[in-house]
Design a protein around this ligand. Structure first.
Ligand SMILES: Cc1ncc(COP(=O)(O)O)c(C=O)c1O
Length: 358
């Protein structure tokens, strides 16, 4: 990756701008009287602290989430200086556009069918999207990607395991992109906890152009908290911090996430159960006459090709079971994306599908 030059890749205005400097940013020593941030010194109507050692809510939270990052760093084996935390990984996706993509001029590459927010964020930021569909085995079309890259291509989004297909993308293919693309390769690992494939986190030291996204919304069971992570070089994280809103994560998010991180065993146990249920459900679904194909999954959902997905989707909705109809999506004809539920929910789904056949 000799030709990678971060400073050339970052938008001019972002490189040159002076970031907002918050009161809590500027002061890092010990003090007892805080008259610097125009907070309400008398208190907060929410009188109970979020957790045992969180700060009261009348005070602004730590803008750089030091304690939470230290804890995540310990678990992931990545230094805090290489971590960005945001309001879901969606915030990190949006910031990547704002840091690297000049509206109108620049473009990004996505490989549909894939997670919808890459395109939504591109549209919001007025950045052109080049779509290079996956091949029929849901792996990257490397030749077509190479053919689509031009001097204005800043980001390539790779979702692995991919949503909605569920498969992991071949590691060697991602490495090939990392070795040959001068822009940023974003590897979205939202579902990595459920995967057989290893995370790309250890590769961060190898590739200055790698950004890995992970989230607390899936295996960590905290979709309601809104907490996502981006891991990258210190230099890239510096730009994330420069562009983000000063206090992008509330005190409650930071404090509750710290508490959740104490419960690794529970999370690992749930992950094991979900993977077990995924394999069981895949087998059961494959035996139904209405099922055409259950695609192998490395995630907590299954993509299932059906006889008539639209009709089946409506039928399931009528019985009170909501799945995701992906049949209008490229390469997903007649397919439903089904999240792995509790054993009872999975059984309920199967019962409904069996009743449909009858
Ligand atoms: C591949 C992928 N990336 C990112 C996200 C968003 O995660 P978050 O809840 O952290 O914004 C999702 C959510 O479904 C996803 O499927």
């Amino acid at each position: 990756m000799d030709s990678f030059n971060l400073e050339n890749l970052v938008r001019n205005n972002i490189r040159k701008m002076r970031p907002y400097s918050s009161a809590r940013h500027e002061f890092s020593g010990e003090a007892t009287v805080f008259l610097d941030a125009n907070e309400n010194a008398l208190g907060s109507p929410l009188r109970f602290a979020v957790s045992r050692d969180s700060s009261p809510l009348n005070r602004y939270p730590d803008p750089l989430q030091h304690r939470l990052k230290e804890q995540i760093a310990r678990i992931k084996g990545i230094p805090p200086s290489r971590i960005f935390l945001g309001n879901g990984s969606d915030e990190a996706i949006d910031l990547l556009f704002r840091i690297f993509c000049e509206p109108v001029t620049d473009n990004v590459i996505i490989c549909p069918p894939t997670y919808g927010m890459y395109e939504v964020c591109a549209d919001i930021n007025n950045v052109k999207v080049k779509e290079v569909p996956l091949q029929s085995d849901y792996q990257l079309d490397l030749e077509a990607i190479a053919g689509s890259i031009d001097v204005f291509t800043k980001l390539i989004f790779i979702c692995s395991p991919n949503n909605p297909t569920g498969n992991s993308i071949y590691r060697e293919d991602i490495e090939l992109l990392l070795n040959n693309f001068d822009g940023i390769v974003v590897v979205d690992e939202a579902y990595i906890n459920y995967a057989r494939q290893r995370s790309f986190l250890p590769e961060l030291t190898e590739y200055p152009n790698l950004v890995v996204l992970q989230t607390f919304s899936k295996a960590w069971g905290l979709a309601g908290l809104r907490l996502g992570m981006a891991f990258a070089s210190e230099e890239v994280i510096h730009y994330f911090n420069k562009v983000k809103y000063p206090y992008n994560l509330g005190e409650h998010t930071q404090a509750l996430a710290l508490e959740a991180l104490q419960q690794m065993e529970q999370i690992n146990d749930w992950t094991r159960q979900t993977v077990e249920q995924r394999e069981w459900l895949a087998k059961q679904l494959a035996e139904l006459p209405v099922t055409k194909r259950v695609y192998p999954s490395d995630a907590n959902f299954l993509l299932v090709a059906m006889d008539n997905a639209d009709k089946l989707f409506t039928y399931l909705t009528d019985t009170g079971i909501i799945v995701r109809n992906r049949s209008k999506v490229i390469l997903c004809d007649n397919s439903l994306r089904i999240t792995v539920g509790t054993p009872e929910e999975n059984q309920q789904l199967l019962n409904a599908l069996k009743a449909y056949n009858a």
